[in-house]
Design a protein around this ligand. Sequence first.
Ligand SMILES: [Zn+2]
Length: 94
Amino acid sequence: MQWLLGGYAYYPGASSSVDGAVIAYNLFNYNNPVTAHELGHGFNLRHTFEGDGGNTVCPANSSCTTQGDLCCDTPPTNKMIAAQQTLVQALAFG
Ligand SMILES: [Zn+2]
């Protein structure tokens, strides 16, 4: 289960009693990325900061198939850097 500012979701394979995504009602709209973020987890998309030890280390970057978000087009990062990237994108796109 992963949290981001008003929502959470389980990765595929979770128990049927918890499978799905929960979005705060006031964030469920096209101006907020929480829904896309949480539904991404439902499609097995991970954070780029997976493996950062709770933002204490830089995740290993020796195999994109087992580290970070498991997608080879995005390098692993720690949570602080990921948050800064999200803020920069939010400021750039309003
Ligand atoms: Zn998340």
